[in-house]
Design a protein around this ligand. Structure first.
Ligand SMILES: C[S@@+](CC[C@H](N)C(=O)[O-])C[C@H]1O[C@@H](n2cnc3c(N)ncnc32)[C@H](O)[C@@H]1O
Length: 272
């Protein structure tokens, strides 16, 4: 299963719905973890790749020293614009649109490059890793995480299965194909080594995804991710019905009140 060209367009109402629904549902626990790991390296210059709406930026900035240089990037300017509205004024932070595959920075500019849940979206991971390596100082660190397979990420799996019932002939497979499509740890290790990284460590980490009702994960995945585009392309006007159906499926499995389910990711660290 390969990524589609449209699997990278985070725009329109996606940034706002992403930040409102997806971020608290699945990104916050891993952002706290990544920020902790990043801060413990006490980097003087930091590059964030694929920062999205800035959930890690908000967690990390308070932990960095006053003189730190912190460059926050994403391919999609609407995501960064949204991130900037949520960040307190901070003269250490520089926002910049950037493609992970062609970083607009000189060689050996950073002590740490990190990326939360972005690598799955890179059409050429080895090229992106080479770019990360190039902009790191020798001995610098590259830190990132990727989702584990969809079966370990329960609400994503529930929503995908529910949508397959609505569109049996052409099920929207965005979640399985892209966010949950890069979980082979041997492949990740090989690609990092091919790009010149060493001392690769990979830790598999489970967290809980929590929401006040079954409707929250349904609207988060159906309207705050690129799944939205996939549903609308199949049948204009079906988005709300699809969201409601996903909510019913989650309610059937997890109950009608507050819901919680497992999410799991790999956390990877490599030396430049
Ligand atoms: C799942 S979001 C993660 C965002 C953020 N790190 C977080 O944890 O919420 C994936 C992000 O990757 C960005 N992205 C996709 N392709 C990219 C590329 N080639 N270079 C940089 N960012 C990219 C998207 O714009 C999106 O913001």
């Amino acid at each position: 299963m390969t990524m589609l060209e449209t699997d990278k367009v985070f725009a329109g109402s996606i940034p706002e719905n992403y930040d409102r629904y997806m971020v608290p549902l699945i990104f916050e626990p891993f952002a706290a973890d990544l920020a902790q790991r990043a801060a413990s390296l006490a980097p003087g210059a930091v590059l964030e790749i694929a920062a999205g709406t800035g959930v890690v930026t908000r967690a990390l900035a308070p932990k960095l020293a006053p003189e730190t240089r912190y460059v926050v990037t994403d391919l999609n300017q609407p995501m960064l614009d949204y991130a900037a509205t949520r960040q307190a004024a901070d003269s250490r932070i520089q926002w910049r649109q950037a493609d992970a595959l062609a970083l607009p920075f000189e060689d050996a500019a950073f002590d740490l490059a990190f990326c939360q849940f972005g690598a799955m979206f890179f059409p050429d991971r080895v090229l992106a890793y080479r770019e990360a390596k190039r902009v790191l100082k020798p001995g610098g660190h590259f830190l990132f995480n990727v989702w584990d397979r969809i079966g370990e990420n329960i609400f994503a799996d529930d929503v995908t299965n529910a949508l397959a019932e609505i569109f049996p002939d052409d099920p929207p497979r965005f979640l399985a194909r892209t966010p949950h499509g890069y979980h082979d740890t041997d492949l990740i290790r090989r690609e990092l080594e091919e790009a010149g990284f060493s001392h690769v460590t990979i830790e598999t980490r489970a967290e809980q995804s929590r929401a006040s009702s079954p409707y929250i994960p349904a609207i988060a995945y159906c309207q705050g991710t690129l799944l939205r585009n996939e549903i609308e392309t199949r049948e204009a006007g079906k988005l709300q019905a699809a969201t409601d159906h996903a909510a019913s499926a989650i309610a059937e499995r997890h109950g009608n009140g507050a819901v919680a389910a497992k999410i799991q990711a790999h956390v990877i660290m490599a030396a430049a």
